[in-house]
Design a protein around this ligand. Structure first.
Ligand code: FUB
Ligand code: ZN
Length: 682
């Protein structure tokens, strides 16, 4: 069992981000996003929609203590999750940037949350304040288990960050209350919005109590056994959160038992969180049927339903997946949270299968859809991340209302900004993994990894994603017996015998050297290992180059240098995707590029030459030092003699232009304008 002040460190504890790209983002998260969100949840920012989220806890606590209430509850039914997600992000930030004053404020907020917890462990201010006799009766819409999941994640994160069990105790009590209701009392049901399942796996690992993993597995196993479950639930009660329309079981992924799923359907965030938990369950319980379902779902998403930016969810209608190859650019939903859910699914699939192909997708979502969700100053956010923006249409006409052309400061439904914050502040847990005695470098991030239990320190230096060189300097350090506990995925490792370097799938040319000697090359996609004179073999499988650590550090220090050609390239799309027909997108390394008005004026008139080779251009100091790309093309000129004509039977003229592109994640940081990822070819 966990003890007060016995820390359960994660990779976030061992890896300090330094310099360049991610330091910039972590500082934005710590200096801007987290303080901004803290004010937002406390309703201290004039001029933005009120959150009410902390207020709800204060009111619920007063009601529990004094029986006092006027039934007021502010915000969405899942407003509590904003507090939970802020607590989680703030906890991770304490690991990278210790801040006693912030920690004190977190402690105060935890007290406020704890005061709103009912005697049996129940915690959800919507029901405590408004419908105390309706608990667990609207699992489809009322989000109790979703909010509980976010609190559980926060409780684990704060415990891992500080060793304090205050919030962990609250969420254990909450999980016990849920266990009592669904397992001991055998009430049927599961969450309409998955999230609790993945959180319970974390809780189980953090506390060492397997009952929480069993509860998570139970929720996965009973889901979809009766596909009319939520409709029956609705018919049996007289109230609803959002109207009384019958629900399509595909929306909440309960049309079939989880182990039979093969097509990603319904609400994209719900889907991503469910599949993450399914992959965790497959690993934790060795459930091969669930693993097979996860592989099928992964294949369906990444081969037929995912945007080039790593976004998922093609329509605003129910924030959902639609059909294979339906990937419209200007009306895409591609919610930031959905891309984060895909990152989580990818990370869990990697833990299950050890294949770098999952990390390629995780990286795609991260560097494109997820980062686009935030203004570079960390003060404004996109919820929806379209791949094409059309002023006067985007964000305005009914079909495009959701696809705003500029990031607002906050949202009434503020699920995405805190989700970005928690991802950025916990980036080390996405960047590194230690399993099967192998330390794997998954993402390339400037920083220092100190693993005392393995007796090594690694300094990773890189200007990735703008350059493809990554240097790892290894040093032998004194071994201690502490352990790594990665609540998000794997526990238990105490030793690292191998170092596994991810070779990104996009790298068609790469060279890896050990202490100056080439040990591995990829040339035009062909991999070759060189005789290294090491006393243990180097191997290349599943996208990882695995190098035994002993010879690397035997002399006290060693250096592995990777040089990945960023493979500046045009990418084409299957012609079944109507909106991308006869178009290409440009990528360099993991980054998807786009054209926007700030560099090009009119973007919709631009086409690029089929044969043009994109070239790296200037460094943009006003966009976080990203590198521009230029590609030759033409611009369609207005119709001669009648510029306003809608149609003309006289072919337009074209002007040769050099089209300027910036990374998609940086779009809309220099005012509103047209933006396009997929450019017509000429
Ligand atoms: O329902 C909770 C969250 O709000 C979802 O995950 C988002 O899609 C938004 O609808
Ligand atoms: Zn969201």
């Amino acid at each position: 069992m966990t003890k007060e002040n016995e820390k359960a460190p994660t990779m976030n504890h061992f890896f300090k981000v330094s310099g360049s790209f991610w330091k910039f983002y972590q500082e934005i998260a710590v200096k801007n996003i987290i303080p901004y969100q803290e004010k937002a949840i406390h309703d201290e920012i004039p001029g933005i929609e009120k959150s009410y989220s902390v207020k709800n806890f204060i009111l619920a606590a007063e009601k529990l203590k004094y029986g006092k209430t006027d039934g007021t509850f502010g915000g969405m039914v899942f407003q509590d999750s904003d507090v939970a997600k802020w607590l989680e992000a703030a906890s991770y930030s304490l690991v990278q940037y210790p801040d006693p004053a912030l920690e004190q404020r977190i402690d105060k907020l935890i007290e406020q949350v704890a005061a709103a917890q009912e005697a049996d462990g129940y915690l959800d201010t919507y029901f405590t304040l408004k419908y105390p006799d309706q608990k667990f009766k609207n699992l489809h819409d009322a989000h109790e288990l979703y909010c509980a999941g976010h609190f559980i994640e926060a409780g684990v994160a704060y415990y891992e960050a500080t060793g304090k069990t205050s919030l962990l105790n609250v969420v254990q009590k909450l999980a016990d209350c849920i266990y009592q209701h669904f397992i001991v009392e055998q009430n049927p049901g599961y969450s309409g919005h998955p999230e609790i399942e993945l959180a319970l796996f974390k809780l189980s690992r953090a506390t060492g109590n397997s009952k929480y993993a069993r509860l998570a597995k139970h929720f996965i196993d009973v889901r979809g056994v009766d596909s009319r479950f939520f409709n029956k639930e609705m018919e049996s009660r007289s109230w609803n959160v959002w109207g009384a329309e019958s629900v399509d079981p595909k929306y909440a992924q309960n049309d079939k038992p989880a182990k039979e799923l093969s097509v990603a359907t319904g609400h994209a965030v719900r889907a991503g969180y469910l599949y993450t938990a399914m992959a965790d369950a497959a690993k934790t319980f060795g459930d091969e049927e669930l693993a097979q379902a996860c592989r099928r779902l992964w294949q369906n998403i990444t081969q037929k339903r995912m945007y080039i930016t790593g976004g998922i969810g093609s329509t605003a209608h129910l924030e959902s997946f639609t059909a294979d190859y339906d990937l419209p650019n200007d009306t895409a939903y591609t919610e930031t949270c959905a891309a984060i859910s895909l990152m989580m699914f990818a990370r869990q699939m990697f833990r299950l299968e050890g294949d770098a192909k999952y990390i390629d997708v995780m990286e795609r979502s991260l560097y494109n859809n997820v980062l686009a969700g935030m203004q570079l100053d960390g003060k404004k956010f996109f919820y929806v991340n379209p791949l094409e923006s059309l002023p006067n249409i985007s964000g305005i006409i009914p079909t495009h209302k959701h696809a705003l052309s500029a990031r607002p400061g906050w949202f009434g439904c503020a699920c995405c900004p805190p989700n970005i914050a928690r991802t950025i502040t916990d980036i080390a847990d996405y960047a590194w993994a230690l399993q099967n005695k192998t330390l794997a470098s998954l993402l390339f991030i400037d920083g220092i990894l100190t693993l005392p239990q393995a007796g090594i320190k690694i300094t990773q230096s890189t200007n990735y994603p703008f350059e493809g060189a990554v240097c790892y300097s290894f040093e032998k350090i004194a071994k201690t017996s502490s352990f790594v506990k990665n609540a998000a995925g794997n526990i238990e490792e105490t030793e690292a015998e191998n170092f596994a370097l991810r070779i990104p799938g996009w790298a068609k040319n790469a060279r890896i050297s050990l202490n100056g000697k080439t040990i591995f090359k990829i040339e035009n996609g062909e991999a070759k290992i060189f005789n290294t004179e090491l006393n243990a073999p180097v191997s290349y499988a599943k996208g990882f180059l695995t190098i035994p650590l002993q010879p690397v550090i035997s002399a006290g220090s060693g250096k592995i240098e990777a040089s990945f050609d960023l493979n500046l390239r045009k990418v084409y799309c299957n012609s079944k995707v109507a909106s991308n027909s006869a178009k290409a997108a440009v990528m360099a390394g993991p980054l998807v590029y786009c054209a926007e008005s700030a560099d090009n004026g009119d973007v919709l008139g631009l086409r690029i030459w089929q044969k043009a080779e994109p070239q790296f251009g200037a460094v943009c100091s006003d966009l976080g030092n990203c590198r521009k790309i230029t590609v030759n093309g033409v611009r369609q000129l207005p119709f001669a003699g009648n510029e306003e004509a809608l149609y003309s039977d006289i072919a337009p003229s074209y002007q040769e232009v050099s089209v300027e592109l910036i990374p998609y994640y940086a779009w809309c940081n220099r005012g509103e304008g047209e933006m396009r990822v997929w450019l017509p070819l000429v």
